[in-house]
Structures are given as structure tokens and as C-alpha cells.
Design a protein around this ligand. Structure first.
Ligand SMILES: *Cc1c(COP(=O)(O)O)cnc(C)c1O
Length: 364
């Protein structure tokens, strides 16, 4: 048997572990922050019609510039953005990879602030970009002073923020983004994968784009739009950023089917996002109920909650799994992360936790 170590793989990839959130056949899956509500039937039919039309011309390469999709995304985001400000790829992970291909790479570095989205450092490794771990303040916040200090000390080529932050749910104040931008000549990327779950009326980093050509805001249809399986992520930035990504993207990277599905879904934005308020209500329920079981629930603007004070996270994870419920153990000491599901799923999780928390205390 050949093993990875026998292959002439790049030295800087030796010994690394791939992204590995477990994919298990479990009844209640609250482990990867998916939107657990299926998309509405009439929207599904509309998407299927759009796919059916598109398959008829699949002998041809798709629109390499995905113009109609960029129009739809610009219309969805508002803030005066046009198609020239938009770029999309197969998930925001691919968007982030393209950003690191264009602005990072060997000899360059990216600063991030763990605990944060694990793919940020994995994509850095894959593109040969040196990853720098900054330290957060208390309660996982990042003050403008903290961000500026890390930037001055480390001089990164790229700064990655995640707002709200996965896996902690912590929002990031726009002051921090502005201060970071002013402290660097490099790119500042704000991953807003969960922006739609923020409290109503909160400003997003999109409001900062005007006049800041090195600022990038990445978004995804995977979470709020319940489109994780379709793989559609996008960014908004100065048009020059899209020109940079055109240098590294593969031609025709967004299939005709992906484009057709995403455009059809965006035409039903209101229905597609109808579940977001429900999910926010379930998240708020987790924030209220977990403390009643003796845990610390970290404030979250996303569709998940990180809770701490767990005596034995691994044992709690396994006990939930025995109840056909999967959540996420991210190796953050004393902590676990749970996605806000449907009302029934959230109830099942909380009921199981009510039983398990007693054992967790005894174990402690
Ligand atoms: C889920 C998630 C994404 C989404 O990635 P896709 O490739 O768009 O599915 C991006 N960033 C963060 C922080 C996430 O948690």
C-alpha cells in the first residue's frame, strides 16, 4: 500500500490534515451550520425549470463571466453595488482560495484570528501562503487596537476577518475593519458567511467598500439561502479585485447548471430567506436555554451557538451522537458548537442536553 508519505508531495503539505467535519448519517445534523430547512417547493420547481432549460445548451461552455448571476447578486446585496463589484465561485471557500492565489502565495502571509473558520488556514496552506495566528481579546472580540497591533508587528499581506466569527458567533465592529484597513497596504478580507443572521439593521462591511479598493467582503448562499449543496459563494469589492481573480480562476469555473440554479434561487430571495427569522429565533432560544443547564452560551449573530463550561466535550458529543444528534467538537477547551436547526431539532437537542448535562456535571 502506497501512503501519502511515499509520494513526492510538496514539503509544506507533509503532515497536514485535511478539512474533516464528520459526515455521518444521523437524524439531527447540527454540526456544519447548514440551514436545516429544505427550500420551499415552489422555489424548487422554479429552479428545476431553470436547470431544465440550461441543460439543453450544456454542449456549450457556460458564460465565463456569469454576467446574469453577478447582476442577480448585485441586486440582492444592494448598497449601490453593480455586477462589476461582484465575483462568484463554487462556494465562498473557492472565492477565498482565488483571493489567496492572487494576493497570497509563496513568500506572502495572511493574518487571521483563531478560533476562526478552519478553512482559512487550510486554504492558506493549500496556496503556500504563510498563516499567522493573531490573538483575540476577551470574549473572542477583536478591538481596533488589537487588530492594528498585530498588523504592525506582523506586516501581513492579507488580513482575514470573519464576521460574525465561526465558531464563536462573535460580531466584529466596523471600527476594527476600518482601523485594520488603514494600518495595512495589503488586502483586508471580511468573511460574512452568516451576515443574514445578524440582528436587523446592523451595518455590514459592505457599507465600507466605497473608496476602499483593498477591502473584500465575501458571502455565501450556503447558509441563509439553504444552498450548501449547490456550492455558490461570492464577494463584493472594487472591480479591480475581480480583475485580479480573473488571472487565477479556471476558465468556466462556474458551471451553467450552477449559474442557472443560483439565478433562479435569487429570483425568490424573499421565500428563500423566509426561514432566517425562524432560525434566529431558535438560536436565541439556545442562547437562553443553555445557560439554564449551567453552560455559558457565547453571544452569537450567526445560526449557531458556541457553549462553554462543558466538563467533557468529547463525552457530551458522543452521548448526543448516541441520541442521533450530531453537533461540533472543535477542540476548543470545555466548549462545543451547535447549529440552530428547526424548532423540532432544537427542542430535541435541548431535551437531550438536559439529560446529558446532569451526567456531564457528575463527570466533572
Ligand atoms: C460555512 C462557511 C463558509 C461557506 O463556505 P461555502 O464554501 O460557501 O459553502 C464560509 N465561511 C465561513 C466562516 C463559514 O462558516
Amino acid at each position: 500500500m502506497t501512503s501519502l508519505a511515499d509520494l513526492p508531495i510538496r514539503d509544506d503539505l507533509r503532515g497536514l490534515t485535511p478539512y474533516g467535519a464528520p459526515q455521518k448519517q444521523v437524524r439531527i445534523r447540527l454540526n456544519v451550520n447548514e440551514n436545516t430547512h429544505p427550500i420551499p417547493e415552489d422555489v424548487a420547481i422554479s429552479i428545476v425549470e431553470s436547470l431544465a432549460a440550461s441543460i439543453r445548451t450544456v454542449n456549450r461552455y457556460p458564460d465565463r463571466e456569469f454576467t446574469a448571476l453577478r447582476d442577480s447578486l448585485a441586486h440582492y446585496l444592494g448598497h449601490g453595488l453593480t455586477r462589476d463589484n461582484l465575483w462568484a465561485a463554487n462556494g465562498s471557500n473557492e472565492v477565498l482560495q482565488q483571493l489567496l492565489q492572487a494576493f497570497g502565495g509563496p513568500g506572502r502571509s495572511v493574518l487571521g484570528f483563531p478560533p476562526t473558520y478552519s478553512m482559512h488556514s487550510i486554504i492558506a496552506a493549500g496556496t503556500g501562503t504563510r498563516w499567522i495566528s493573531g490573538l483575540r481579546d476577551d470574549d473572542f472580540a477583536i478591538s481596533p487596537e488589537t487588530a492594528v497591533r498585530w498588523i504592525h508587528d506582523q506586516q501581513p499581506d492579507i488580513v482575514f476577518f470573519c464576521s460574525p466569527n465561526n465558531p464563536t458567533g462573535t460580531p466584529l465592529h466596523l471600527d476594527t475593519i476600518v482601523a485594520a484597513y488603514e494600518a495595512t497596504n495589503g488586502m483586508v478580507v471580511v468573511d460574512e458567511a452568516y451576515a443574514e443572521f445578524a440582528p436587523a439593521g446592523q451595518p455590514t462591511a459592505l457599507t465600507l467598500l466605497e473608496g476602499r479598493p483593498r477591502l473584500v467582503v465575501s458571502r455565501t448562499m450556503s447558509k441563509a439561502f439553504a444552498f450548501a449543496g449547490a456550492r455558490v459563494g461570492y464577494l463584493a469589492a472594487d472591480p479591480a479585485v475581480a480583475d485580479a481573480l480573473r488571472l487565477v480562476r479556471l476558465p468556466y469555473h462556474l458551471s451553467a447548471l450552477t449559474q442557472a440554479a443560483a439565478i433562479a434561487a435569487l429570483a425568490h430571495t424573499r421565500e428563500m430567506l423566509a426561514m432566517v427569522d425562524d432560525i434566529k429565533a431558535q438560536r436565541d432560544r439556545l442562547l437562553v436555554e443553555l445557560p439554564k443547564l449551567g453552560y455559558i452560551a457565547h453571544d452569537s449573530w450567526a445560526n449557531f451557538v458556541l457553549f462553554s463550561g462543558v466538563a467533557d466535550p468529547h463525552a457530551v458529543f458522543e452521548r448526543l451522537l448516541a441520541d442521533d444528534i450530531i453537533i461540533r467538537d472543535l477542540n476548543i477547551p470545555g466548549s462545543l458548537r451547535v447549529t440552530a436547526g428547526t424548532e423540532d431539532e432544537t427542542t430535541a437537542f435541548l431535551e437531550a442536553m438536559a439529560r446529558i448535562s446532569a451526567l456531564d456535571r457528575i463527570g466533572a
